[in-house]
Write a protein that binds this ligand. Structure first.
Ligand code: CTP
Ligand code: MG
Length: 250
C-alpha cells in the first residue's frame, strides 16, 4: 500500500478504466454494444458519466475496439466530461483482460487508485462508485461491489459428448455466493502486478480474480441492482425502464 500514498500524505489520484471493446455478441443487433443507445444516449456515454460523477475520479480511460478509436473519440468530444475530468480513448484487445491491460498502460504515473468499470453497466449509481473508492482509500487493495445470488446455482461437468445433458456435480450453498459487479477498485500497483502476472493470452472476465490469484485479499462492498450488466436483449428493456424511472415526470 505504501506505493499509493505519497510521502506528503496527499490522497492519490483516482482514474477509471472502462473496457468497451467487446462485440456484444449475446446482445446481437450489429452495432457494438457500447454504442447502443439507452434513452437516446450511447451506453458508453452513460458509463463514462457514471464514473465522472464520482468526486474522486479525475481521469476516465475508455478502451475502444481497435477499429473504433476515432469514432469513440468523436463521440466523447460530443459528450464532454464535467470540468476537472479528462477523457482518453485507447485501443483495446481481443479479450476483456487484454483490453483492461491496455487501458492500465495508458494511465499517468500519478494515478494511485484505479476503478475498472464495464461499459456494459451504464446505470451504476454514484453511491456505489463512491463506496468502492472509499474502501480502497481506507486501505483495501481490491474492492468489489457484489449482491447476494437469488437463483440457486449448480456446478456442472462438461459433458463427455457435446450436446448431451450436462451432469450436475455440486450445489454450492447459495448463502455463501455473491454476484459481482463493477466498478471494481484497486490499488494501482496491485492491479498492475496482477495483470503482469497473467499477461499471456488471458481472458479473465473479472480483474479481482487475477488479484486473488496473487494471494492478495479482495473484499466486497454492497453492490446495487441498477449496476446490472447489459448482456442480453431483455437487459436493454430493463435499462430503459430504470432510466425512465429516474427521469422526473415532465
Ligand atoms: N470488453 C472489452 N474487450 C473485449 C471484450 C469485452 O473491452 N475484447 C468489455 C465489453 O465492451 C464490456 C465488458 O468488457 O463493456 C464486459 O464484457 P461483456 O459484457 O461480455 O461484453 P461483450 O464482450 O461486448 O459481449 P459478448 O460477450 O456478449 O460478446
Ligand atoms: Mg464478452
Amino acid at each position: 500500500m505504501s506505493e499509493i500514498t505519497p510521502p506528503s500524505g496527499a490522497i492519490p489520484r483516482t482514474a477509471a478504466v472502462i473496457p468497451a471493446a467487446g462485440l456484444g455478441l449475446r446482445l446481437g443487433g450489429g452495432t457494438p454494444k457500447a454504442l447502443r443507445e439507452l434513452g437516446g444516449t450511447p451506453m458508453l456515454v452513460h458509463a463514462v458519466r457514471a464514473m465522472a460523477r464520482a468526486r474522486a475520479v479525475s481521469l476516465v480511460v475508455v478502451v475502444a475496439p481497435p477499429d473504433g478509436v476515432g469514432k469513440t473519440r468523436s463521440l466523447l468530444d460530443e459528450h464532454p466530461a464535467p470540468p476537472g475530468v479528462t477523457q482518453l480513448v485507447v485501443a483495446g484487445g481481443a479479450t476483456r483482460q487484454e483490453s483492461v491491460r491496455l487501458g492500465l498502460a495508458a494511465l499517468p504515473e500519478d494515478v494511485g487508485v484505479v476503478l475498472v468499470h464495464d461499459a456494459a453497466r451504464p446505470l451504476v449509481p454514484v453511491t456505489t462508485v463512491d463506496a468502492v473508492v472509499e474502501a480502497v482509500r481506507a486501505g483495501a487493495p481490491a474492492v468489489v461491489p457484489a449482491l447476494p445470488v437469488t437463483d440457486t446455482v449448480k456446478q456442472i461437468a462438461v459433458p463427455a459428448v457435446a450436446g448431451e445433458p450436462e451432469p450436475v456435480v455440486a450445489t454450492p450453498d447459495r448463502a455463501l455466493l455473491r454476484a459481482v459487479q463493477t466498478p471494481q477498485g484497486f490499488d494501482r500497483a496491485t492491479l498492475a502486478e496482477a495483470h503482469a502476472a497473467h499477461a499471456a493470452g488471458g481472458d479473465a472476465t473479472d480483474c479481482a480474480g487475477l488479484v486473488e490469484r496473487l494471494g492478495v485479499p479482495v473484499v466486497l462492498v454492497p453492490g446495487h441492482e441498477e449496476a446490472f450488466k447489459v448482456t442480453r436483449p431483455l437487459d436493454l428493456v430493463l435499462a430503459e425502464a430504470v432510466l425512465a424511472r429516474r427521469r422526473p415526470p415532465s
